[in-house]
Ligand binder design. Structure first.
Ligand code: SAH
Length: 370
């Protein structure tokens, strides 16, 4: 019989499991959650406030199974990147970004990505599969363990962002329960403003999310008009800008949120002209919106270049002058290819989404990151 992985199990399911499968009291589930998330335990034997025979019983039906670290890289700026192995051939990347007052963990939701945005390294890898709830939560579990063991000691995860590999709303079924664990007081106990879901613009799922889960929303806009966005973010052909923005304003209203953060990658000569900034301002002015300008991060084989520093500053200033709050995202971890859009991991069998069949692939050497 297969052991049930308790990592990532929603609270109600864990309570059900404990009561129905083990005949134990509900509060055992609470104790288990504290051990797993707060104390980072993966071994029932260490759970000292659980009765010995209950622990022995757990061993026979359950496990706490976490992804395996393949490589760890440390950037000059303190950013850390882990490549995690999810199964025999597939790898994903998780990035920790320390700042003076906070620590942000950037996690992945899929192996690869099917959205095919033309400026993103993950897109070039193609798509293999969705991550499970345990694999999503497991990234936080592992990062916590590694940070606790890190020499300087003071590292802590205060924010979690779905800005790693994959389109989180295309894996809605697993991403939402994972976010609930991030915010559960017996889980990672983060406030809803400290969990950010970033999407390329899956409109129906934004409406669904508005009914079901309350987190900060970031949207990858990248262009002020449909002609350009169709080229950069192909999902725009299905859900154009007007539809996307309507969904965003609905989300904020429904969730009583502060604002949507729009991400805008600065591509030299493509979307960085003053007229683009003015066009953007017309779209966003008067709405609960903030704009985050991301200097493009290059990766092998890309045809794009980063806009010049002065161009980016001018772009921001035009937006600010036109009543839209815009900031420039500081590039972090680019020396280890951990910056936005540089996560490639190891995606094998990427023809699945297109061909619907599993091709056998030679596993790459596990230590190879790119
Ligand atoms: N699929 C989600 C999350 C992915 S990435 C989404 O699209 O929002 C997080 C951000 O990095 C997105 O805004 C993405 O568009 C941006 N990004 C992708 N490639 C980039 C690159 N090469 N340079 C800078 N930012 C990039």
């Amino acid at each position: 019989m297969e052991l049930v992985n308790l990592l990532g199990l929603p609270r109600a399911e864990l309570e059900g499991f404990v009561a129905d499968r083990l005949g134990a009291k509900f509060f055992r589930a609470r104790q288990l959650m504290k051990w797993i998330y707060r104390r980072g335990a993966a071994d029932f034997a260490t759970m000292s406030d659980l009765a010995k025979d209950f622990r022995a019983q757990l061993e026979t039906v359950a496990r706490i199974s976490v992804p395996e670290i393949v490589t760890e890289q440390l950037s000059n700026d303190g950013t850390r990147k882990w490549m995690l192995r999810m199964d025999q051939v597939q790898g994903i990347e998780t990035v920790y970004i320390p700042e003076p007052a906070r620590g942000t963990l950037c996690i992945s939701s899929q192996v690869g990505c099917a959205m095919d945005c033309s400026f993103c390294a993950t897109a070039q890898q193609g798509f293999n599969r969705n991550l499970s709830v345990a694999e999503i939560v497991g990234q936080v579990w592992l990062a916590n363990r590694e940070l606790a063991a890190a020499p300087s000691g003071s590292h802590r995860i205060t924010n979690i962002v779905f800005m790693g590999m994959g389109e989180p709303l295309a894996n809605y079924r697993n991403v939402v329960p994972a976010m609930r664990i991030f915010m559960d007081d017996l889980g990672y106990d983060l406030s809803r403003r400290r969990v950010t879901l970033s999407t390329s613009g899956l409109v129906p799922q934004i409406y669904k999310l508005a009914e079901e889960c309350n987190v900060a929303l970031a949207v990858s806009l990248h262009a002020p008009n449909d002609a350009l966005r169709d080229q950069l973010v192909p999902i725009n052909r299905r859900h154009p800008i007007a539809e996307l923005l309507a969904a965003c304003w609905h989300y904020i209203e429904r969730q009583n949120g502060r604002s949507v953060t729009f991400e805008y990658v600065m591509l030299d000569g493509i979307n960085d002209a003053p007229e683009h900034a003015r066009e953007l301002a017309r779209l966003l002015r008067g709405h609960p919106a903030k704009l985050n300008l991301i200097p493009f991060n290059a990766f092998p084989g890309t045809r794009y270049r980063r806009s010049g520093a002065a161009v980016i500053v001018r772009f921001r200033d035009i937006l600010n002058e036109h009543g839209v709050i815009a900031t420039i995202r500081k590039t972090r971890g680019d020396d280890i290819d951990a910056a936005c859009g540089q996560l490639a991991g190891q995606v094998k069998d990427r023809t699945i989404s297109r061909m619907g069949s599993r091709l056998t692939a030679e596993p790459r050497a596990v230590a190879e990151v790119r």
